[in-house]
Design a protein around this ligand. Structure first.
Ligand code: ADP
Ligand code: GLC
Length: 486
């Protein structure tokens, strides 16, 4: 790998993730796994990202070298490949019996979890542990950085091997996903019996890959300071709050950044370029035309999201009449829960001049939607960090967010004091109810109608720093501790 061989190479870190943008993405985890290497390189850390060999990854991989070969890795042959794709240094676990499939990274074409997901990501974690111990080629990371449950078994395998190992850090992107498997799979997952205890990776009678990481990783981070506090409570901890309270001393919250090169209204190929709020107007006109809406006098609200319980978009459905009564409109791009998809489709059919709904996943359209909207609505019930409110800020698209997780950490509510001081960047909804959201949408329309106030909000939003300048050093500090050079 060129990064490791160049004379100016930094210190090696193995980052392990089940998705990485722009190669494979279902959500923000991919964005963050894809952005971290670029954010940490200037600080002297070279991240090499280990990902599953999905077809999209293998076809994007340029020159590749085979580093290692397993005759039988969870039911089939597997190779570890090293190469570059999309400016990322990658290790790719090429295991056709596990990853050479259609559908998404986790779901089959009909939207069901692949039944062998425990083995698929145990294999990723197994390979990561082998790399960490220096058994798979020459690459020897000083730190292993794990993302979510899909990489959660790495510390269990390292502990079971008992060999000298680098320090481990797990980042929780979403504690709702526990990576569960039936207890009977313990041996099939190559986990020794002693791991299966309440102090270990047992979670209510099942195996939890996430819990393995929470118990045995040396350090734990999550993706915003507020979520780090919320995680310690029964309301947000999703059953992991007890173990997290026990490990609170090694847990910290580091706010995600966004890739400010990819998300830059001045140089976004999908956008009529702008650097000031005034320049947005042409994008608004274009989005209204593309969405086949009529004239919208009030705020044109946008949503780009997975449609799931977490995202609280049922609250938006309930509050929609309030937005429309205030002269606003809605463009939604999303997919997920079938009932929510149908309900949003019905809302669009009922008022096609003011509500447009695109069910699906479309990266390019997402950029045009952020550029064309006046406000982005993120009414999540919980949100570890959230990226779309940050894209909104950067594009002068005012975020309306619930007061939770990273949403609370990135948006400054347009209350009177904040407006007067010129620091307000969005609207905060509390509690997460349809009534509170409806009231916020009414407030949004009033702010939008006052051109001077609205312009101030937009300028403050566009000025907010959404990059990695504050957070990359926080990761680097943990890497330094883990590499023993604190
Ligand atoms: P989560 O990871 O919980 O889904 P985030 O806000 O962290 O939430 O990240 C979501 C990412 O996925 C963002 O980059 C967002 O733009 C993108 N995204 C979500 N739904 C769609 C969609 N339908 N089309 C395009 N991009 C989408
Ligand atoms: C998860 C969270 C989201 C966060 C993303 C990246 O998918 O749901 O809030 O922004 O990970 O860390």
């Amino acid at each position: 790998m060129s990064g490791q061989q160049s004379a100016a190479a930094g210190r090696p870190v193995l980052s392990v993730a089940s998705e990485v943008a722009p190669l494979v993405k279902t959500g923000g985890l991919a964005d963050v796994a894809g952005a971290l290497p670029g954010a940490l390189a200037p600080l002297g850390w070279d991240l090499v990202t280990l990902v599953p060999g999905y077809p999209a990854v293998l076809s994007a991989l340029g020159d590749r070298r085979e580093l290692w070969w397993w005759g039988g890795l969870f039911g089939g042959e597997a190779r570890l490949l090293a190469g570059r794709a999309a400016e990322l240094e990658l290790l790719v676990l090429d295991a056709p019996h596990l990853y050479a499939r259609g559908g998404g990274p986790y779901l089959d074409a009909s939207g069901r979890d692949w039944p062998d997901n425990p083995e698929r990501f145990a294999a990723l974690s197994w390979a990561a542990a082998e790399v960490a111990m220096g058994r798979a080629g020459a690459f020897r990371p000083e730190v292993v950085h794990l993302h979510d449950w899909q990489a959660g078994l790495v510390p269990a395998y390292l502990r079971a091997a008992g060999a000298t190992r680098p320090g481990t850090l797990v980042t929780i992107h979403n504690v709702a996903f526990h990576g569960l498997a039936p207890a009977e799979r313990l041996a099939a997952l190559q986990l020794p019996g002693w791991t299966f205890t309440p102090e270990g990776l047992e979670f209510w009678g099942r195996i939890s890959a996430l819990k393995a990481a929470l118990v045995w990783a040396d350090r734990i981070t999550t993706v915003s300071p507020t979520y780090a506090r919320e995680l310690l409570t029964p309301e947000f901890g999703m059953g992991m709050d007890g173990i997290l309270r026990a490990r609170a001393g090694v847990l910290s919250g580091i706010l995600n950044g966004i890739d400010t090169r990819l998300w830059n209204p001045a140089a976004d190929p999908e956008v009529l370029p702008y650097t000031t709020p005034r320049g947005k107007a042409a994008n608004r006109v274009r989005l209204i035309a593309e969405a086949e809406l009529g004239r919208i006098e009030g705020p044109l609200c946008v949503v780009v999201s997975r449609l799931s319980e977490q995202k609280g978009l049922d609250l938006l459905l309930a509050a929609l009449p309030r937005l429309l009564a205030a002269g606003g409109g809605l463009v939604l791009l999303g997919s997920g829960d079938a009932r929510l998809e149908a309900a949003f489709r019905a809302a669009a059919a009922a008022d096609p001049a003011r509500v447009a709904v695109r069910i699906g996943y479309d990266e390019a359209l997402a950029h045009r939607v952020f550029a064309g909207g006046d406000a982005v609505i993120v009414p999540s019930r919980f949100e570890p960090c959230g990226l779309t409110q940050m894209y909104g800020l950067r594009y002068g698209t005012i975020p309306v967010v619930t007061r939770t997780g990273g949403l609370a950490d990135t948006v400054i509510d347009a209350n009177e004091a904040a407006l007067r001081a010129g620091v307000a960047t969005g609207l905060m909804v509390h509690p997460p109810t349809a009534e509170a959201l409806g009231a916020a949408l009414g407030r949004l329309a009033a702010l939008h109608a006052d051109r001077a106030v609205w312009g101030r909000l937009q300028r403050a939003a566009m000025k907010a720093d959404m990059g990695w300048s504050a957070s990359a050093p926080a990761y680097a500090a943990i890497y330094r501790d883990l590499a023993g050079v604190g």
